[in-house]
Design a protein around this ligand. Structure first.
Ligand SMILES: Nc1ncnc2c1ncn2[C@@H]1O[C@H](COP(=O)(O)OP(=O)(O)OP(=O)(O)O)[C@@H](O)[C@H]1O
Ligand SMILES: [Mg+2]
Length: 442
């Protein structure tokens, strides 16, 4: 199956069909947008660049024919595929007249869907639509990666440079910044994407097991080793192995890794025979490896071999331009999941999210939006956000200021709020008027 990156919008009032379509389409690596009504479909079409519309015809309120007409008028180049449970000659004729490329009857098989897709995903000149290229002027996500800040664009530029070769990549970043997401993007955006991607959490597997899991073992290598077994490296052959939390790998595992990097071969636990492997290694950590090197718990030679290409993912507080886009994405994701609709957020609530410092980065943002979606009806507002967010003051890490400055700003704020009434301000601040004057003069 060829790797495809198109955005496909599927519209059906039956969530089971939506889910089935989504599963199939995602297995072919398409980006799926789901709508359970024509109204939602229209919202998505407005906000997103869609490459193919797959729609049901019979739906309550506004039906699929209306949607097809709307799309033909507003997005004449967008190919349309109809999936319906009610085939009728009249219906088919009407659909075809309005530019529908293909017509699929429920229930359909995965193969039928595939051939309908192949027919539909051609551009107006009849050429197959190519995956989008990425440039500095991206307006769409890069694979799963959302964000258009300079920092995230820099990361994407590096991904573009490494995705089609097998260079070892090292990803650094705080917890929740998207290290695994970036590792997956490197693999899945590149030309080896059809080979396996295996993610191993070196911190999550007991030390003595990690060795056997990574490199495999032979029968009798240790108690319980009843047969020969492949490790993750053999399983990932031709593809990518993602070694997360690499700082947790023991010195034994480290020296074996060094061998893989140097000789491109692995030796199973309990064996002396080397096996050739062709695997790209991506390692990640949020611990300080330099410090570990100092303490001699991490091999310096391994460190240099791992860091052929380094990607540093900036914390969210240093790329706040991305917050609104990420919020949008999570509102969409959880809105559809929990409320069957695309939810909005008020400017006030978004302002709070923009001001918060995000120690847990994107993972924290996702959790907070998820919770807000559950708590709200149609619109996420300030009341749906956790209290600790509302009380944060807007200082980013690179704008830390002395207490005196904060104090002065706050006194000015209270004065503005009281219409410059010093007596009232003094009362609120619980200091006297003379102190207010002094502090403002400083
Ligand atoms: N730029 C992004 N766009 C969309 N989703 C993102 C982005 N960055 C991170 N995420 C999402 O945030 C969550 C955390 O990302 P990920 O697991 O890749 O972080 P991590 O750096 O590996 O964190 P940890 O160090 O805690 O393992 C995931 O659900 C991921 O999909
Ligand atoms: Mg991770």
């Amino acid at each position: 199956m060829q790797l495809r990156k198109e955005n496909i919008l599927i519209v059906d009032d039956d969530v089971n069909i939506l889910e089935l379509l989504q599963r199939h389409l995602q297995s072919w690596n398409y980006h799926v947008f789901k709508a359970i009504s024509v109204k939602e479909a229209v919202t998505i079409l407005r906000d997103t660049q869609i490459d193919l519309l797959i729609t049901d015809l019979k739906m309550p309120e506004v039906d699929g024919f209306e949607l097809i007409k709307f799309v033909s008028e507003h997005y004449p180049k967008l190919p349309k595929l109809v999936v319906t449970g009610y085939p009728s000659v009249q219906g088919s004729l009407e659909a075809i007249k309005s530019g529908v490329v293909d017509y699929l009857t429920k229930p359909f098989t995965k193969d039928e869907l595939k051939s309908a897709l192949d027919k539909s995903l051609v551009d107006s000149e009849g050429k197959a639509i190519q995956p989008k290229n990425t440039s500095d002027h991206r307006t769409e996500p890069y694979g799963e990666i959302i964000g258009n800040s300079e920092k995230i664009n820099d990361v994407i530029q590096v991904i573009e440079r490494v995705k089609d070769n097998k260079a070892t990549v090292f990803i650094k970043g705080e917890s929740g910044t998207g290290k695994e997401l970036v590792a997956r993007a490197i693999h899945y955006q590149g030309k080896f994407s059809r080979a396996p991607f295996i993610a191993v959490n070196c911190g999550g597997i007991p030390e003595n097991l990690l060795e056997a899991e990574l490199f495999g073992y032979v029968k009798g290598a240790f108690t319980g080793a009843e047969t020969n077994r492949e490790g993750f490296f053999q399983a990932a052959n031709g593809g990518t192995i993602f070694l997360d939390e690499i700082g947790n790998a023991s010195l034994t595992v480290q020296s074996r890794l060094l061998r893989v990097l140097q000789e491109k071969e692995v030796v199973r636990v309990g064996s002396t025979k080397a096996e050739k492997v062709d695997v790209r290694i991506i390692a990640a950590t949020n611990s300080d490896l330099q410090d570990m090197i100092q303490k001699q718990t991490f091999r310096e030679d391994l460190y240099y071999r791992l860091t052929v290409v380094e990607i540093h993912i900036a914390p969210l507080r240093e790329r706040k331009d991305d917050i609104a886009l990420l919020v949008d994405k999570f509102l969409f994701k959880y809105g559809i999941e929990y409320k069957d609709r695309f939810l909005k957020i008020t400017p006030e609530a978004l302002d709070i999210l923009n001001r918060y410092n995000w120690p847990g980065n994107i993972r924290e943002l996702e959790n907070i939006v998820q919770r807000a979606v559950i708590m709200c009806d149609k619109v996420v507002d300030v009341e749906h956000l956790p209290d600790h967010l509302k009380h944060t003051i807007a200082f980013s890490a690179d704008a830390l200021v002395p207490l005196k400055v904060v104090e002065k700003q706050y006194i000015e704020k209270v004065l503005r709020a009281t219409g410059n009434n010093k007596t009232k301000a003094a009362e609120i601040l619980q200091i006297d008027r003379k102190t207010i004057r002094q502090k403002l003069a400083d």
